[in-house]
Write a protein that binds this ligand. Sequence first.
Ligand SMILES: Cc1cc2nc3c(=O)[nH]c(=O)nc-3n(C[C@H](O)[C@H](O)[C@H](O)COP(=O)(O)OP(=O)(O)OC[C@H]3O[C@@H](n4cnc5c(N)ncnc54)[C@H](O)[C@@H]3O)c2cc1C
Ligand code: FES
Length: 272
Amino acid sequence: MQKNLPNRPHMVEIRQIEQETPLIKTLSFSWKEIQEKALPGQFVMVWIPKIDEIPLSLSETSPYPSITVKKVGTATEALHALKEGDHIGIRGPYGHSFSLKGTSPLIVGGGIGMAPLLFLIHRLQKSTKNLTVINGARTKAELLFLDKLQKSSNNGVKCIFATDDGSFGEKGLASHIAIQNLEKGNHDQVYVCGPEKMIYEIFLATESLQIPMQASLERLMKCGIGLCGQCCIDPLGYRVCIEGPVFNSEILRKLSDFGKHRRDFGGRKIQI
Ligand SMILES: Cc1cc2nc3c(=O)[nH]c(=O)nc-3n(C[C@H](O)[C@H](O)[C@H](O)COP(=O)(O)OP(=O)(O)OC[C@H]3O[C@@H](n4cnc5c(N)ncnc54)[C@H](O)[C@@H]3O)c2cc1C
Ligand code: FES
């Protein structure tokens, strides 16, 4: 009787696993409710039995809801060890999604930050013909969704790849290439996800160029539903799990922690 409560994990079967890069896998599962309800930028809390529960963005909802996860520690390693047919617990979708805006949007993703942006690209593709995507990583091997984005390129999305070492696409940081593109004046909305330093650098450029931006931020999370306060950003006490993870320029402007500080699991502020 309690199994349908939204804040209890719903057990799902992993239908498909795809190795995206040496450290990143996409796990797809079937759950019709998520498939119908979720919006780009929203996340789910993923429970790995006997291990932990962690927040992960939805990287797609069709043909199945998917999470794309980078191996960085205990829980993500445990997710990487799972096989098709294994079960995980999912609750959500949670958080504030991206708003689909602009006639000529620019999407910028760095590393695992591309995860929520794939879902956004697929939605924006339906409403605009002038979509540009910049996907950056350190090396070609680490470029997330390279094949999928090359397919989108064939369907009219302009994709620019950037690698720090120049092994694929343009050589340089995605943020610098994004700023050069923005300065040409061809974009009326910017969407960003990736390392916060990168987001902040692009934000400063959009402010001086007066282009509205939406960014997905990350903070440590425990409950995912606005109760524990773990994910608050100063000074307004916005909770990344409720008011975020996607924030627009109007809010980003007011967040003194943005680009500068985050909290560890003990609540102590540490520099980004
Ligand atoms: C809204 C949101 C969406 C996210 N989406 C994705 C995604 O799509 N793909 C992906 O790979 N990762 C995503 N993350 C980050 C992911 O939650 C962490 O990488 C994961 O929790 C690490 O768990 P771990 O046990 O493997 O690592 P740990 O051993 O706990 O720590 C390894 C590193 O991960 C960081 N971390 C640990 N727990 C969290 C947490 N609860 N929230 C944020 N960072 C954490 C730590 O600061 C440390 O740097 C997202 C985080 C948030 C807040
Ligand atoms: S994670 Fe608990 S309030 Fe956001």
